[in-house]
Design a binder for this molecule. Structure first.
Ligand code: ADP
Ligand code: 5GP
Length: 203
């Protein structure tokens, strides 16, 4: 039994990481793919947990070896999803969340058409700016770049299967959880990745 690939994208500062951290403890049989990046760790981010923080040389070497399922340059840094990390989990029947940008999402949809994709929207431009600034992790230049890039990112919203607006955090988390549960019901699996029912017992 193979796991499901779930793509999640959002303009920076929307609250995607916050929502994922909120719902992950409630969902069994699901893991988060830790990406590689050349950007520096933010305060509180851990090597191997939030990202594999690597040099540009190391990133490009892994890319040239064909080690990435997808990769992209985002906000001036390289980001990529390790093929091995994802494939091993899917083959164990575990669902995998990919927190990736719109360029990565396009690549994954091509390579894995069964992947489901979810776009998380900020409630407004002002609120996104407020959240990015309030997070306190980025310089004014970085915030300006990320807000400018948000315009192009929002233009891709209709290419995703589902859209969740992160206005109230609890409602957005419930909506995302509902999407995962519906996906599993469609694929006839429970939260542990087991079949929802066992028709063979009735045959
Ligand atoms: P992303 O991962 O999308 O870049 P984060 O999860 O880091 O964004 O969230 C950016 C900031 O917004 C954080 O300070 C977070 O606490 C805050 N935040 C997230 N969701 C909400 C929400 N629904 N309402 C208010 N603030 C939020
Ligand atoms: P941040 O620097 O805020 O953690 O992430 C910036 C952007 O890079 C976000 O849009 C995030 O989804 C994206 N990102 C993170 N990891 C990957 C990845 O492995 N591949 C791609 N294409 N984008 C990623």
């Amino acid at each position: 039994m193979k796991g499901n690939l779930i793509i999640i994208s959002a303009p920076s500062g929307t609250g995607k990481t916050t929502i994922l951290k909120k719902i992950m403890p409630h969902l069994q049989g699901l893991t988060f793919s830790v990406s590689h990046t050349t950007r520096a760790p933010r305060s509180g981010e851990e090597q191997g947990k939030d990202y594999y923080f690597v040099s540009q040389d190391a990133f490009l070497a892994l890319r040239d070896q064909g080690g990435f399922l997808e990769w992209a340059e985002v906000h001036g840094y390289y980001y990529g999803t390790s093929k091995k990390e994802v494939t091993d989990r899917l083959n164990q029947g575990i669902d995998v969340f990919l927190d990736i940008d719109i360029q990565g999402a396009r690549q994954v949809r091509k390579a894995a058409p069964d992947a489901i994709s979810i776009f998380i929207c900020p409630p407004s431009w002002q609120e996104q700016e407020k959240r990015l600034t309030g997070r306190g992790t980025d310089s004014p230049e970085t915030i300006a770049l990320r807000l400018a890039n948000a315009k192009a990112e929002m233009a891709d919203v209709n290419t995703y299967d589902y859209v969740v607006i992160n206005d109230d955090l609890d409602s957005a988390a419930r909506m995302l959880e509902a999407i995962i549960l519906a996906m599993r019901a469609k694929n006839r699996r429970n939260l542990n990745g087991e079949p929802l029912c066992l028709p063979t017992e009735y045959s």
